[in-house]
Ligand binder design. Sequence first.
Ligand code: PLP
Ligand code: COI
Length: 338
Amino acid sequence: MKNIDWKNLPFGYFKTNYNVRCYYRNGEWGKLEVSDSENITMHIAATCLHYGQEAFEGMKAFTGVDGKIRIFRPYDNAKRMNSSARGIMMPEIPEELFVRACTMVAELNKDFVPPYGSGASFYFRPLLIGTGPQVGVKPADEYLFVVFGGPVGPYFKEGFNPVKFQIVHDADRAAPFGTGKIKVGGNYAASLRSGQRAHDEGYSNCIYLDPATHSYVDEAGAANFFGIKNNTYVTPESSSILPSITNLSLCALAEDMGLKVERRPIPVSELAEFSECAACGTAAVISPIGAINDRDSGKIYNYGTEAGPVSKKLYETLRGIQDGTIADKFGWTLVVEG
Ligand code: PLP
Ligand code: COI
């Protein structure tokens, strides 16, 4: 075990020993290769540099109460990466290859997987990029799949304490029929300017609205949104939001706890009706929202200074399954052997 200050880790890049790579050439994937380099070299005309042929994933592993390392829902991330690949004309990665690469990264860097109870986790960043050269707007014929990872702390400095979000009307992260449903770098580039402005104005991030009409809630920065009212878990349905694996898990847990689950458009005005709201995602886990400020109208929606009871219960159940303290009856975790 490394001598790392696990409790004070930021959410950021952390150098570890190894990453795992695989090249796609001549129409097929090669063998997984272990690398100790943090760099990649590529052609100056690689399509990832010019035309955004790039997709990534975010996934976590945890050391359980029993000392075993568990990866949370890696096959779902593999499926989503393939949906991103299809969306921008990149080759799909066999799910077993994807999961094997992630498992190898955890095994090779097990000294960097935070101990049980530290509050930190091991974050994987699988990356798929077009490396073959093109100058015309065409997909590459060569690709690189890389998985690296490292220990991380909370995404928001507030941890499980409520954060503030800002509704923006002058920025979209994706177009109505664009790439919002897949995890490609361009969506994040499109969110940098409004995200930085939200920080500068004192918020954790933006609430983006549906890009077609700007009247429904879409996403909470790099996380999905959910609200609770009348024993119901409500989360947006939209053609421009990323299908969050955390949100999918919370919908199942909410139903299991006896809540009704609704996936439907959420009009901005409905924000006044929720007793609890939160952002959810791999990095964000569940980040309770204390207040939402509409940047145009100035209207403020308040949800209090502490996480609400439903968010708390969902958080504890999700984290318990990830840590092996609660039975994984949905079969979500993959134990890393060895
Ligand atoms: N929405 C966006 C835009 C994201 O970047 C993420 C992070 O992956 C999520 C939602 C949450 O998805 P997941 O729970 O699968 O991490
Ligand atoms: C994640 O939650 O894994 C994300 O990808 C969010 C962000 C760090 C980009």
